[in-house]
Design a protein around this ligand. Structure first.
Ligand SMILES: [Zn+2]
Length: 249
């Protein structure tokens, strides 16, 4: 294991658990036997341009991806020793957990207020006001639920430890999901021999950015985009025709 070793990038289709892992140690290439949990935290940005302001607004969600990778006994021992020797620093994500949790609680409180209001007013029979209150209560509940799930996800991310020098030998990126493309990931493998075995084991599902599947997906994306424009134009035409018909006596 030297610093001069070249990291091999491999792109594979499918989910983490669908991978075929060679029975070798990703850190040194020796025969593997001890599975270690390799975890990575990914932050996904959901950004959308505002209609009035030009600044992008949005929310960041956090996701933990994990896979059990077999390492050799010696490397596994070194991994354990490293874990035992270093104390994890407090995660900067703790404030995000609190923030998402508070938003969830406020939304839940709002839902409860509207729920109590509906309960109290029910005696007088169902009125449009109550339908309005019920829809707000339902909206608040969905909002609270979504932020609660996000708070749990960030909390999981905050307790996920950074890789050791051993588990860093098997690194991977977040899943890529472009329209019409199957899910794929990029794997960064430090040991050249392991990388060769890994490529061979997953040969049937290697992802090629310029392969026929990627080209087909890009073509489908273009068709879908033009269909959207055609559909929008058709809607305008139908609308104008209806308006004209309504105008004629
Ligand atoms: Zn090893």
């Amino acid at each position: 294991m030297t610093d001069t070793e070249q990291v091999t990038l491999v792109r594979v289709r499918g989910r983490l658990r669908d991978l075929t892992l060679p029975p070798r140690c990703p850190a040194c290439g020796a025969a593997a036997g001890v599975p270690l949990r390799v975890e990575r935290v990914f932050a996904r940005e959901r950004r959308r341009r505002g209609i009035i302001a030009d600044t992008a607004r949005g929310v960041t969600t956090f996701h933990v991806a994990a896979i059990n990778v077999p390492f050799c006994t010696a490397c596994a021992a070194r991994h354990m020793a490293e874990r035992a020797a270093t104390e994890a620093p407090p995660s900067p994500l703790r404030t995000t957990v609190a923030m998402y949790g508070v938003v969830a609680l406020i939304a839940l409180a709002a839902a409860l207020v509207f729920g109590v209001f509906i309960w109290n007013e029910l005696a007088g029979g169902w009125r449009p006001t109550l339908t309005f209150a019920a829809s707000i209560a339902a909206g608040c509940t969905v909002f609270a639920g979504w932020f609660f799930v996000q708070a749990v996800n960030v909390w999981r991310a905050s307790i996920t430890l950074p890789p050791t020098s051993i588990t860093a030998a098997f690194d991977f990126g977040d899943r890529q999901t472009r329209r019409f493309e199957p899910e794929w990931r990029e794997y960064r493998l430090r040991h050249a021999g392991y990388a060769r075995a890994f490529i061979q084991a997953n040969a049937a599902r290697l992802w090629d950015d310029e392969g026929p599947q990627a080209i087909r997906a890009a073509r489908l994306r273009r068709i879908a985009d033009s269909l959207r424009i055609v559909a929008a134009a058709a809607l305008v035409v139908v609308f104008v025709l209806l308006a004209l018909q309504a105008g004629t006596p």
